[in-house]
Design a protein around this ligand. Structure first.
Ligand code: FAD
Length: 499
């Protein structure tokens, strides 16, 4: 391995991943101990999508010292309380995957077992973010656990290009060197096989101790140069193309993402302050590009404000995220289609894991192995959760849905679905990204009804449980009624800046 300490880092790529990495490195490590450079090609644009996030991004923004109101203004962001799924379990179905839990546990038994026992009301009536989202309301959570607003949790919809700009500004302020140049060649050390130098098209040659490959799907260093290999998951997640297009705003911005399942894929709708981001993710084995584009445009709320942009991808992950002196982040390290808005989060996890194993004294095999194991686990957990949305469907109306409904799935997911089907139980690993609320929302939302529930729920008298559940629903409904509208919250943030 490379014994010399890491003093120079080059980040290849200036998309969301590259600037997230630069921002974290430059604010976490003293500039005199490590120099950080971002090289970004003026010839190759960024992917430019990636506008829906999940709640952990708020921790990243806070760690970077970004004021949230200012960020909302600068990135034209709106708030996101979860995702509404239309036509997934069956045509005409609708359910909500909220951030933040359902109801409250009673007598130490998880809430959903009491609900399965009584079937009092709809599950979504017990979710503060869902009730607020459908009422067009928003509030940040309360720190007081007795307040129903403590059950709120949220993320942001943001303009990806503007967000990368905010991170770039911060990084440059913290001493990151920014080079706009195309990398023509990557030279390897003939003895170690490590990346030695980068050849720029203007003739310059750059050298670093550690390279972070954020060059997008191609993986300029991790794949083109190091031939790391890719684990292809398209037999489980066959989506391989997308069209993205912005459209004009037609009404108040809803505080949630919408995902509508189609004939051979699904469409996203992400409201921002100045436009709506839309896209159609589909599988080219079952639908032509022309059909996909037509379906996308037909599903918009308002007129398209640009020509739809095509994108291609293969779902999977790089065999190693860290290989020799190259750590891949973002699209260069893998891609799971954006159904649960997890890509930016996986970048965040990659950076956090790298910081916790930062090779200050030189690159060490044990640390590298640990990094790769941890990142593989992160990717696989997200993969299983996304596959669940396709496998757990009653749809049989098109060849696509018949195929995904009947496909084999990873054993880890098959086992989790079987355990849930029996008694509604979910046994998760402590570090998993998606908690019980998420699994329960999608499993029940798509019609995976357990045969039973935890028998401990029967320890409480049924009428007492029903009364508690009714109270919970009332408290949530009243709590949502008292909240300001999402539009009012955004307007206040905008006008606060003008004072
Ligand atoms: P890119 O944006 O592709 O950036 C690559 C960078 O590398 C560019 O700056 C380019 O100039 C540079 N580069 C490439 N080659 C060279 C070279 N030879 N020399 C110099 N520089 C070079 N994520 C979410 O979290 N939420 C979502 O809702 C979401 N939706 C998505 C929808 C679709 C259809 C797709 C495809 C992705 C989506 N993502 C989403 C993923 C998200 O867009 C990416 O994870 C994120 O933008 C990070 O991209 P990146 O920085 O890795 O790559």
């Amino acid at each position: 391995m490379q014994a010399q300490p890491v003093k120079n880092i080059i980040i290849v790529g200036g998309g969301t991943a590259g600037w997230m990495a630069a921002a974290v490195l430059s604010t976490s490590i003293a500039p005199h101990s490590v120099s950080v450079t971002v090289v970004e090609s003026p010839e190759i644009g960024t992917v430019g999508v990636g506008e829906a996030t999940i709640p952990p991004i708020l921790q990243l923004n806070a760690k970077l010292g970004l004021d949230e109101d200012e960020l909302v203004r600068k990135t034209k962001a709106t708030y996101k309380l979860g995702i509404e799924f239309l036509n997934w379990g069956a045509l005409g179905d609708r359910y909500f995957h909220p951030f933040g839990g359902h109801g409250a546990n009673l007598a130490g038994v998880q809430f959903h077992h009491h609900w399965l026992r009584t079937r009092e009301g709809a599950l979504s009536d017990y979710s503060m973010p869902t009730v607020a989202a459908y009422a067009g309301k928003f509030s940040r959570p309360s720190d007081d656990p007795r307040n129903v607003l403590s059950k709120m949790s949220y993320a942001l919809h943001l303009d990806a290009t503007l967000y990368a700009g905010v991170l770039r500004e911060l990084s440059v302020q913290h001493g990151v060197n920014h080079i706009s140049a195309h990398i023509d060649g990557v030279n390897l050390d003939s003895e170690t096989g490590f990346v030695d130098t980068l050849q720029l098209s203007d003739g310059r040659v750059l050298r670093a101790d550690l390279y972070i490959d954020c060059s997008g799907f191609r993986g300029l260093l991790i794949e083109d140069a190091l031939k790391t290999g890719y684990i292809d998951w398209s037999h489980w997640l066959p989506m391989n193309r997308a069209f993205a297009v912005p459209s004009a705003i037609t009404g108040p911005a809803q505080p949630y993402t919408r995902s509508t399942a189609g004939r051979a894929g699904w469409q996203w709708r992400i409201p921002l302050q100045h436009r709506i981001g839309n896209g159609h993710v589909y599988c080219s084995d079952f639908m032509s590009d022309d059909e996909a584009e037509v379906d996308l445009l037909a599903g918009l709320d308002g007129p398209a404000s640009a020509t739809p942009r095509p994108l291609r991808f293969t779902t999977g992950r790089r065999r190693l995220s860290w290989n020799k002196n190259v750590v891949a982040l973002g699209l260069a390290s893998g891609f799971i289609e954006p159904l649960e808005s997890t890509s930016i989060h996986l970048v965040q996890r990659g950076i956090a894991t790298l910081m916790s194993l930062f090779p200050a004294q030189g690159i060490d095999q044990a640390e590298m192995d640990l990094y790769n194991r941890l990142m593989a686990t992160e990717y696989e957990a997200v993969r299983d959760f996304v596959i669940l949305h396709y496998k757990q469907t009653q749809r049989e109306d098109t060849p696509f849905w018949r195929q995904v409904r009947n496909m084999d799935i990873p054993e880890s997911l098959a086992n989790r679905m079987a355990v849930f089907t029996n008694m509604g139980r979910l046994v998760l690993d402590p570090g998993e990204l998606f908690k019980e609320t998420s699994w329960v929302a999608v499993m029940l939302g798509q019609g995976l009804w357990p045969r039973g529930y935890d028998p401990q729920a029967d320890l409480l008298p049924e009428d007492e449980v029903r009364a508690s559940l009714q109270r919970m629903r009332t408290v949530i409904r009243n709590g949502a009624d008292a909240l300001p509208t999402h539009e009012d919250v955004l307007a206040r943030i905008r006008t606060a800046a003008q004072k």
